[in-house]
Ligand binder design. Structure first.
Ligand code: GTP
Ligand code: MG
Length: 149
C-alpha cells in the first residue's frame, strides 16, 4: 500500500492550520500511519532538500523550515502520493486553485504552508528520513470497505 510524506511547515503550525490539514486527509479517506511534532535540524533539512541544494532559494528554504516547529506525517492509501499533491495545489500558492490547501491558505511560494512528496521513491526516502520503523503504525481501519471496493 502506497504512502506519502506530508509536513506542515512552520508557517502552517504558527497559523494553526494543523487540524485543518489533518481533517482534509482524514475526510478524503487516507489513513494516518505516522505523526510527530518536532523542530527540524538543519542537517535533516539538508538531507530532505538534497535535490534543491543548487537552487538560489535553497538557503532561505532551510532557514524557513528550521524557523519553528513542524508536524511530519505519513499517510497511506491508493495513489496517495499523486492525490496528496493535488490536495496541496501548486508549489506557488498564487497558481493554486481555491479548494487546495495552498490555494486556500497561502499567498507566497516561500511561505506555502505544507510539503508533500513528489514521487513514490521520494516518499519512501522522506518517510525513512523522518521516521524510525517503529514509529510507523500498521492498523486496521473499520471504514476500509466503504472507502475501497
Ligand atoms: P514541497 O512539497 O515543499 O517539496 O514543494 P514542491 O514540491 O511543490 O516544490 P519544490 O520541491 O520544487 O520546492 C520545495 C520548496 O521550496 C517549495 O515548497 C517552496 O517552499 C520552496 N520554493 C520552491 N521554489 C521556490 C522559489 O522559486 N522561490 C522561493 N523563495 N522558494 C521556492
Ligand atoms: Mg518538492
Amino acid at each position: 500500500n502506497e504512502r506519502t510524506f506530508i509536513a506542515v511547515k512552520p508557517d502552517g503550525v504558527q497559523r494553526r492550520l494543523v487540524g485543518e490539514i489533518i481533517r482534509r486527509f482524514e475526510r478524503k479517506g487516507f489513513k494516518l500511519v505516522g505523526m510527530k511534532f518536532l523542530q527540524a535540524s538543519e542537517e535533516q533539512l539538508r538531507q530532505h532538500y538534497w535535490e534543491l541544494r543548487e537552487r538560489p532559494f535553497y538557503k532561505g528554504l532551510v532557514k524557513y523550515m528550521s524557523s519553528g516547529p513542524i508536524v511530519v506525517m505519513a499517510w497511506q492509501g491508493l495513489d496517495v502520493v499523486k492525490t496528496a499533491r493535488k490536495m496541496l495545489g501548486e508549489t506557488n500558492p498564487a497558481d493554486s486553485l481555491p479548494g487546495t490547501i495552498r490555494g486556500d491558505y497561502g499567498v507566497e511560494v516561500s511561505r506555502n504552508v505544507i510539503h508533500g512528496s513528489d514521487s513514490v521513491e521520494n516518499a519512501q526516502r522522506e518517510i525513512s528520513l523522518w521516521f524510525k520503523e517503529h514509529e510507523l503504525i500498521c492498523w486496521e481501519e473499520s471504514n476500509e470497505l466503504w472507502i475501497y471496493k
